[in-house]
Design a protein around this ligand. Structure first.
Ligand code: ATP
Length: 132
């Protein structure tokens, strides 16, 4: 069975390093599937789930932006934050979602709206990844 090494690192330290058969992530240019021996690429990532497949099972991570590099049969993801489903505090994400939604409904300037929009995306991504 062909695999590739996946490493996910954030400013808080390593989140995951393991062998997988396929990685699916959302780059800013769209969804990318990486199989073993993929050509080298570097791509900025969106706030989205990274799906890691092996032996009929799938692991997921809630990844908050960052960058993915594929080289020498290794996928390296450097992200602002990345959480496994079991590490996600669902109540915290729900509160963050409500806070962001309240801000978006209020009359604040554009910069605050952008911040709120990104906070909303992070919260929705965490809720999606934590749900079965
Ligand atoms: P909050 O407003 O709840 O802090 P946030 O989206 O602003 O959410 P981030 O700045 O993306 O939070 O992340 C800060 C740190 O907190 C990171 O280490 C991230 O992994 C962690 N984190 C944020 N939200 C959660 C959550 N719901 N469950 C687990 N860890 C979280």
């Amino acid at each position: 069975m062909k695999t590739l090494t996946v490493s996910v690192v954030t400013p808080n330290g390593p989140v995951l390093e393991d062998e997988y058969e396929m990685v699916v992530c959302r780059a800013e240019s769209g969804e990318i599937g990486i199989m073993p021996h993929h050509i080298p690429i570097v791509a900025p990532l969106s706030i989205a789930a990274v799906r890691l497949k092996k032996a009929g099972s799938e692991d997921k991570l809630a990844v908050n932006g960052g960058i993915m590099e594929v080289s020498s049969n290794k996928v390296s993801i450097l992200a602002q934050s990345a959480e496994k489903p079991s590490d996600i505090d669902v109540e915290r994400a729900r509160k963050a979602k409500e806070r962001a939604e309240r801000r978006l409904q209020s009359n604040q300037d554009n910069i605050d709206k952008l911040r709120a929009e990104l906070a909303l995306q992070r919260a929705i991504n965490r809720l999606d990844v934590s749900s079965k």
